[in-house]
Each structure stands twice: as C-alpha cells, then as structure tokens.
Ligand binder design. Sequence first.
Ligand code: HEM
Length: 324
Amino acid sequence: MPESHPFDKSILDKLEALQAKYAAMGQDLNSYLDGLLHADFLTYWDYINLDTLLSLQHPITPFPDEEIFIIYHQITELYFKLSLHEFQQLQQADAMDSSVMLKRVNRINRYFEALTHSFEIMVDGMDKDQFLKFRMSLLPASGFQSAQYRMIEIHATSFDRLLKEEFRAAHADHTPGDLMGLFDKIYWKAGAVELSSGDKTLTLKQFEQKYDDILMELAENCFGANLRSFWKNLAPGQQTDELRNALRWLDVNVNINWPLSHYKSAVRYLQKNPEDIAATGGTNWQKYLPPRFQKRIFYPELWNETEQAEWGKGWVEKEVFGVK
Ligand code: HEM
C-alpha cells in the first residue's frame, strides 16, 4: 500500500531541490530543517533595525528643535546612500548601454527631487530662536563635512569638473597620475575658509584629516568609471534623447535645485552683513553656496554657452524643461 502524506507535489519538489542544494555543499538538510523549526518569525522591527534607528538621535542641547535638525540630516544622508548605491551598481554593470544608465540616473534624480522638495522642513520647520542657540553648541561641525555628498560628485563626473572654475579647462585631459596634484584645486577646499583671514576653518581641516585619503582613492577608482565617462563612451546610437535629458536633470538637481533649497535655509537663519560674519570667525558662505558663483556643471557638453553662463539663475527649469 503506498504511503500517504499531506504534502502536495510542489512541496516535495522543493524538498528535493533543497536536498540537492545542501548536499552539493556537503550539508545535511535535516539539520537545517531543525533550525527552521526553532527559528522565530521575522518581525518588521527586527528586519529594519527599528530600535537602533530610533536610538540614533542624541541632541546635545535642551532645545526641542535640535531633534528636527538631527533627523533631517540623517534622512538626507540616507538618500545620499541610496544615490551612491545606484552609482556603485552602475560601475559594476556587466555591459553599459542607455537603458542601464537611464534606470540608475532616474532613480538618483528621484532621490534628489525628494530631498529638494522636503528642504522646507529646514527652511521653515524650526524656530529661528532655538536654531540660533543650539547651533552654537554644534560648532565647528557643519553639513559641509558630509563625505557622501562629495562621493556623489566624484561618481557623477570627471575630476576636472570638480575643480575651481579657473582650473577646469586646463585639466580637462588629466590622467590618473595627475589626480593627486589636482586634489588641492577641488572647489570645496575654498568653501570653508574664514572670511576675515582667508585661512582654512577647523571644519575643513578636520574634514581633510578624516576623508582626504578616502576621497582620493575613490577619485582614482572613478577615473574612467564615472557617469560622465560612461555617457561619453556609449556606443553610437546609445546617446538617446531620453538619457541626455535625464543627465541634464541630474545636473540641475545636484548642482542647482538642491544647493538653492539648502541656500535658502542658510539665508533664513544666518543672514548677516559680511563684516559681522567676519567678526565671529564665520565663513564666506554667501559667496560660496549660490550655484551661480561656482558654476558646478557635471556635463558641460549637454549645455550650450548661454545655459552655462546663466547657470543657477533660476530660469533653467522653466526655460529648458518647460516646467511651470
Ligand atoms: C538650517 C539648516 C542649515 C543651515 C543654516 C546650513 C548652513 C550651511 C552653511 C553656512 C554652509 C557653508 C559651510 C559652512 O559655513 O559651514 C553649509 C554647507 C553645507 N551644508 Fe548646510 N546648512 C543647513 C542644513 C543642511 C542639511 C540638512 C544638509 C544635509 C546633509 C546640509 C549639507 C551641507 C553641505 C553638503 C554643505 C557643503 C555645500 C557645498 O560644498 O557646496 N546642510 N551649510
């Protein structure tokens, strides 16, 4: 008489497949089934490490709005991490074509658009009185020290495009061996200097100490493997209009829209006349943060001369992309 059991064929097939899988590794399926029998069911809170996540906010002053400031920075860093995740997958792609690139660039655009649209949480969402007090306890820390932001830039374009404007043309054809020498000419080395003396701030010095080597190594890895080089090296016919448009959006999102929404918060909380800023050891942020001064442009080949000259003057979205 045939033995009867409650399993349908699909389960028996899976057991057989599992048996083969474990046997191939010299493992005993039965022992693993024991483990499964005793294992707990997965919970939402364990899966996303919720308790750890919610324990990562440690205000250092009694002002309640500092919590908002910390959490919004953390949210931003997570979106930066998502963007880097896309860049890394692009670098590891088996073959590069326009659809592979488009998928990743569209994702990064979505992350930056989410960040730009939510920046009001900073611009309008904290009491100015509280902010001006708790920020004094955070010195010399600054979002300027966000290494992931710099990593995104290094992945997005060739290294010459990240130099101060006056050095870009001369180094357009740099080689990997030039990178070390170019590192001091990178635009953000001019970002955190004291308005009164022109000296590097402690903010910058600490950042350099922690991240210069890491960023240099990344720049070497991205030489010939950054988004701009992928675009330039696409096979004929692969430089589609759709991809060109997505890359232009990336340029606008990272180099105009996010910096402008960020700049608005600096203006709301920190606007003073330059002499007062210099007197308190402040930085030259009014000349540094607005996109129109530095003209950071990842993909100059995708913009005409007027568009580059007018960079960050607010009309790009409306005039170029027809956004009302
Ligand atoms: C009230 C909110 C904020 C204010 C007032 C503010 C202010 C500033 C200022 C004045 C600078 C220039 C450098 C310096 O003087 O330290 C700066 C740079 C920077 N901040 Fe913020 N910030 C705010 C929020 C944020 C947030 C939420 C992020 C997200 C990570 C962030 C990321 C950055 C980055 C990446 C830079 C360097 C920008 C560049 O090099 O072009 N900031 N910020």
